[in-house]
Design a protein around this ligand. Structure first.
Ligand SMILES: [Zn+2]
Ligand SMILES: [Zn+2]
Length: 209
């Protein structure tokens, strides 16, 4: 049982996320982020399957076929896209009776927290190899498998692209003073067009410089 090492790993992550959330004005979310990791159903599993280089959830999956700690975690933490998976609302006018499970549109403040979470995890795992591009590169490896609402996907991608192109300070300002103040349309077509302008090196007035 790696009690101390696991405690340090999750606390290091928590402090980094707290700092990141405070920078964008999400104080309460910064304080309560990932608190359920300290509950026995997550903490003890984390100690037992401690890896050091990757998430203990993967080790638990290999050992017993699923991760009880992750199932506990994603059901309680709104910054995870998996928290927002639910049955879709059928379009009755189009003759739909049912709609299968899909990603719901996440509230903006949890998308912002998810962005900080991913950035912080990349920093902790990559250490001195971390650059502003790392979170985007990590996202691209797994994004095809995400069950996520298309507007939420577009917003997360925009923030990751913005970080890689404009850096952390500019992206934090954009989130704090524009996105979280409701000044950015939360809609796929608009967000994708902003992201592609950023990728092409265009100046965009939404960020200022
Ligand atoms: Zn979490
Ligand atoms: Zn986290």
């Amino acid at each position: 049982m790696n009690v101390w090492k696991h405690f340090c790993t999750i606390t290091r992550h928590k402090l980094l996320v707290m700092k990141g959330c405070f920078q964008i004005g999400l104080y309460w979310q910064g304080l309560i982020h990932d608190l359920s990791k300290y509950m026995p159903s997550e903490f003890l599993v984390g100690c037992k399957y401690y890896q050091g280089t990757m998430s203990p959830n993967n080790a638990e999956r290999r050992a017993i076929g699923y991760s009880s700690a992750w199932l506990h975690h994603k059901g309680r933490n709104k910054h995870h896209l998996e928290y927002w998976i639910d049955y879709g609302v059928p379009d009755r006018k189009a003759g739909e009776e049912h709609r299968g499970i899909c990603g719901m549109k996440m509230p903006v403040r949890y998308v912002a927290e998810m962005f900080v979470d991913r950035k912080s995890a990349s920093k902790n795992y990559q250490k001195e190899n971390y650059t502003d591009r790392s979170p985007l590169e990590y996202y691209r490896k797994g994004c095809d498998h995400y069950m996520i609402h298309e507007d939420t996907r577009a917003l997360l991608e925009l923030l990751l692209v913005m970080l890689s192109v404009k850096g952390e300070d500019a992206t934090n300002r954009f989130i704090r003073y524009r996105l979280l103040r409701g000044k950015v349309p939360y809609e796929k077509a608009y967000l994708n067009s902003l992201a592609s302008r950023l990728r092409r090196g265009k100046r965009i007035s939404e960020i200022g410089k």
